[in-house]
Design a protein around this ligand. Structure first.
Ligand code: DQQ
Length: 570
């Protein structure tokens, strides 16, 4: 069973097809004979390295293996865009060429200097075999080229080497640097691990010139979570403003109006978690608001989303978050498809009014792809019923829906053993397990007879002694494909809401093999990869369903077909 090429995403970022070093004729025969093809088709790997904005262009650099069927030979591929949606592929930006990066150019970040030019810091692997990691610097060869095609590595690389107390095989992914106070020093973080790998650590390094870097004695923060990859550290406005803040331009006086976010990619669990807290500049320390709290509590996304980065977008004064979503498909299928790994739709991020968590929303530019809108208004979905949304093709679609609940009286009681584990709760009470209030939501990428369908839904629970319901948001792909080989993990998170007006919203971006959902205005997000065998292309259907005892009203649903943007020439 070969994965249908029509499952290749339409409007999510993917590397160009033709970079694969195989002729198109061979590629076609590969699709029919993936075993033969194993030695011929090259595996793609991509993750966000340094998104940034320069001279009217968004630049995206990402981790890419142009050479082999296994993860190795990592270089920085490069694409540019005017709107973060239409992409043009450029030549490789950074590849092994000096002793300090001979065995790999791993993740890193860009920093914009006060004169507007960017500098890249990235991890180089400088010894064979052991993956010994150092940090390097690179400058644009010609800053007057808005495409920033060529990058120069000065001879003084590496600029940061691991001291003896640091495990050099777990020392990587420098952040965007920032200035703090008037001391003229840049700071950046390097992700690492201590205590034999048990403790995640973000080391601070300081420099005046990006050449001489010195480690600050104590790390910015650490926690008993395992290795921290791809750390990210940035200010957010604390008064509910959706505007982003430039890491560099937080004025002294404004500091009381600012909170900080520290995100780490948790190597052992492969997810991106964050905390909200304060940055004590003098002590060079970050203190989470809830220091005794669970460092695994908040995730950007409860699905397939890793190694993300944010950047400040000066063109629209917003902070943009970009994450990587690997395949959930088998390796053999990845090889047969000839592509693996996509990027989520870039998301604007800001701090919720509560100050407790971030909100995320697809950048507005994606709405330019919308056409053929269809609406459903004031439609009651009775217990156990479903309604098909017709009048558009839904294999590439954007769906926004607001549900209205008349009463929470028959909400199920929550088993306290499951109250903190959304994923287990969703595993036990999936989309087909009837409930009281919910499960209700969308069936997307559904086949005509609904044999195949991916459910994105809410389920409301009551908890003894509390007025606040527990709202679970879940993506249940267990019926997403008749193909038995697929890995179909159920993803879930809780939504922090009182449901006081009885309403809850859901937005789902459907893109052939992607289901990317935003619950309650972006409080809880879940990206899933699914690979239907029937619900492909024009055979994909969309439904609203209600498997709860209580009727649910769709006050408004709007669904749009999504056009295909320019995608790296593919
Ligand atoms: N992948 C990169 C590392 C990073 C990891 C290498 C995250 O720099 O820590 O490709 O997936």
């Amino acid at each position: 069973s070969i994965v249908d090429p029509l499952l290749r995403t339409g409007y999510h970022f993917q590397p160009p097809k033709n970079w694969i070093n195989v002729s198109s004729k061979k590629r076609i025969s590969c699709i029919y004979n993936y075993i033969w093809c194993f030695v011929l088709i090259y595996f793609l790997s991509d993750e966000t390295a340094a998104p940034m904005y320069y001279e009217g262009w968004y630049h995206f650099f990402y981790q890419y293996n142009p050479k082999g069927a296994v993860w190795d030979n990592i270089v920085w591929a490069h694409s540019v865009s005017r709107d973060l949606i239409n992409w043009h592929a450029l030549e490789t930006a950074i590849e092994p060429s000096i002793p300090a990066d001979k065995y790999g150019c791993w993740s890193g970040s860009a920093t914009t200097m006060p004169d507007g030019t960017p500098v890249i810091m990235y991890t180089g692997v400088n010894r064979p075999g052991v993956k010994h990691q150092v940090q390097n610097v690179a400058y644009p060869k010609n800053a007057s080229d808005p495409m920033l095609r060529e990058w120069v590595k000065p001879d003084h690389n590496p600029v940061i080497v691991p001291e003896r107390d640091i495990n050099a095989t777990e020392f990587r992914d420098p952040t965007t640097a920032w200035l703090a106070g008037d001391d003229g020093h840049w700071r950046l973080l390097v992700g690492s691990a201590a205590e034999g790998g048990a403790r995640g650590v973000a080391y601070v390094y300081r420099s005046r010139d990006f050449k001489e870097w010195r480690r600050v004695k104590r790390p910015l923060h650490s926690a008993a979570t395992g290795m921290w990859e791809c750390p990210d550290f940035y200010p957010v406005s604390r008064d509910g403003h959706t505007m982003g803040l430039d890491t560099n331009r937080v004025c002294g006086k404004c500091r009381t109006k600012v909170k900080y976010v520290l995100k780490n990619s948790l190597d052992v669990r492969r997810y991106d978690y964050y905390t909200v807290g304060t940055y004590d500049q003098k002590d060079e320390r970050y203190v989470p608001d809830d220091p005794a709290g669970d460092e695994h509590h908040l995730r950007y996304d409860y699905g397939n989303f890793y190694a993300s980065k944010t950047f400040y977008d000066p063109a629209k004064q917003r902070r943009v978050l970009w994450g990587w979503a690997n395949e959930s498909d088998t390796r053999d299928h990845d090889v047969a498809k000839g592509w693996a790994g996509i990027q989520a739709i870039p998301r604007k991020v800001w701090l919720d009014f509560s100050g407790k968590q971030l909100l995320q929303w697809p950048i507005e530019e994606v709405e330019a792809l919308r056409h053929q809108p269809v609406t459903l208004k004031d439609t009651v979905i009775k217990a156990g019923e479903h309604v098909e949304v017709t009048g558009l093709e839904t294999e590439q679609a954007d769906v926004e829906v607001t549900f209205e609940l008349s009463s929470l009286d028959c909400a199920e009681s929550l088993d306290p053993a499951l109250a903190h584990d959304a994923e287990r709760l969703c595993g036990a009470r999936g989309a087909d397990v009837e409930g009281g209030v919910g499960p209700f939501g969308l069936w997307v990428l559904a086949s005509a007879n609904r044999e195949e369908r991916t459910a994105v839904f809410f389920r409301v629970f009551k908890v003894a002694g509390s007025d606040k319901p527990v709202v679970l948001m879940c993506t249940d792909p267990t019926k997403s494909s008749l193909n038995p080989d697929m890995y179909r993990p159920t993803f879930a998170g809780f939504v922090d809401t009182h449901l006081s007006d009885g309403k809850i919203s859901l937005r789902t971006l459907i893109d052939r093999s992607v289901v990317e959902s935003f619950g309650d205005g972006g409080k809880t997000c879940i990206l899933s990869r699914v690979y239907p065998s029937l619900a492909i292309d024009k055979n994909a259907h969309l439904y609203v369903f209600n498997n709860g005892e209580e009727d649910v009203k769709v006050s408004l649903l709007t669904a749009w077909q999504m056009k295909k943007p320019l995608m790296n020439g593919a």
